[in-house]
Design a binder for this molecule. Structure first.
Ligand SMILES: Cc1ncc(COP(=O)(O)O)c(C=O)c1O
Length: 406
């Protein structure tokens, strides 16, 4: 097979310089994340999602360990996103009730007493699928309404799954970032509450809470690694759309481990590389257009202003990857080596697995793996952030070989 280096990358030269003043990450500290985790633990649907150890894959790729956190098991919603939307809604309601979130359980928030106190609230959001499904689920659980707008070209199955959670949902004629603006305009017009998973100037509270909500999964992962006798991974690969999720993982690790933190790489589709382009430029950069990547959850052009600051100051490298990288990840997780567990990972979930498989295996990435210090001692953590959220597309890729490797 032709070997062609198509993963593009840029390294952060300042990242390990301790003299350089970095962004404040207190909002994503262990203490803050524990509050989000306790809130999630109060849900009857809560259980820790699996952390798989892929020993045979690690062996064949020449690294010590590969751990994969499988978020397809999150609250039966097939993706991690509900962690953010539910915590943000919980924080919003607890502030309205003037009670600290640590005093509030999910059951209390869904009680008749709370509903009577707060009355009807409509939450609105823009989404490619997973975030909207999480917001719709949380609003529904709390007896409140939700309105969800999706960008043009969004998957019909994802739309239907959002509607099933009781939301008024529709697909617009706009791209993702325009849909975010549209949802804002509608909120202003109707007095709805915007629960958006990205921040911009003047809109920072809810996105901060969403990021804190995502923290539950990285906190769980650290506890699960400790059960395997691993204090911390040496390398973490995190996928990014607007970068909220990556910012959470990165900020948490930097806050917990300081200069001893793992080497962290932000991974994006090359059709929506807003963090990669920002890193190259050294300042927040907006990618425009339709962004027709198979990684729908990562098809975002405008970095979250809060997480960009975190990723700019603490991440070691930024990758921009063609779609076939994620397709390869989906296939290798779906048909594992004998002895490794099978993992159903969707387009936005499998990019980490695809990336490490290619850079460890292909000669053209020798320099890259050396620069990252990836070798037989490496203990890698990746997160499959979604399962087969579009089952037809999943089968086209895994069964029929769409987006085959180059
Ligand atoms: C499955 C999945 N993974 C990763 C992400 C990326 O998260 P963020 O937009 O916070 O970068 C998303 C976003 O929707 C997603 O749906």
């Amino acid at each position: 097979m032709l070997e062609k280096s198509l993963i593009k990358y840029v390294f952060n030269d300042k990242v390990r310089n301790t003299e350089y003043k970095k962004a404040n990450i207190d909002f994503i500290s262990d203490e803050e994340i524990k509050k989000a985790k306790s809130f999630h633990e109060s849900f009857s649907e809560y259980s820790v999602t699996p952390l798989h150890k892929l020993d045979n894959l690690a062996k064949i790729l020449g690294v010590k360990n590969i751990f994969l956190k499988d978020e397809s098991y999150r609250f039966g919603l097939n993706a991690f996103k509900v962690l953010g939307g539910s915590y943000a809604i919980g924080k919003y309601l607890s502030e309205k009730l003037r009670i600290d979130i640590s005093e509030v359980s999910f059951d209390y928030l869904r009680s008749k007493e709370v509903k009577e106190k707060l009355g009807d609230i409509t939450f609105v959001t823009a989404t490619d699928g997973n975030h909207g499904r999480g917001v719709a689920w949380a609003a529904n659980q709390l007896g409140q309404k939700s309105v969800v707008y999706m960008p043009k070209g969004s998957s019909k199955i994802r739309l239907e799954n959002i509607k099933k959670e009781g939301a008024e949902a529709s697909i617009t004629e706009k791209n993702y970032d325009e849909t975010v603006r549209f949802s804002n305009e509608m909120a202003e017009k109707h007095g709805w509450v915007v629960v958006q998973d990205t921040a911009w100037e003047g809109y920072e509270d809810i996105p901060t809470w969403i990021m804190q909500g995502y923290g539950t999964l990285v906190h769980e992962a650290m506890e699960q690694l400790a059960e395997y006798g691993i204090g911390k991974p040496t390398h973490v690969f995190v996928q990014a759309g607007v970068g909220s999720f990556a910012g959470t993982v990165q900020g948490y690790l930097a806050s917990k481990f300081g200069v001893e933190r793992p080497v962290t790489v932000v991974v994006e589709p090359d059709l929506a590389p807003c963090i990669y382009e920002s890193a190259k430029l050294g300042e927040r950069y907006i990618v425009t257009g339709d962004m027709h990547t198979i990684m729908a959850g990562l098809a975002c052009g405008e970095p979250n202003t809060i997480s960009w600051e975190v990723l700019k100051d603490y991440s070691d490298a930024y990758f921009s990857c063609p779609d076939y990288v994620s397709a390869r990840g989906m296939r290798l997780l779906a048909s594992p080596l004998k002895g490794d567990p099978q993992i159903i990972s969707g387009e936005s979930g499998a990019i980490g697995a695809g990336v490490i498989s290619l850079i460890m295996e292909k000669g053209c990435y020798k320099e890259l793996r050396e620069k990252l210090g990836l070798n037989e001692n490496s203990k890698i953590l990746i997160i499959s952030t979604e399962g087969d959220t579009d089952p037809k597309k999943y089968r086209d890729i895994v069964w029929d070989g769409d987006y085959s490797s180059i």
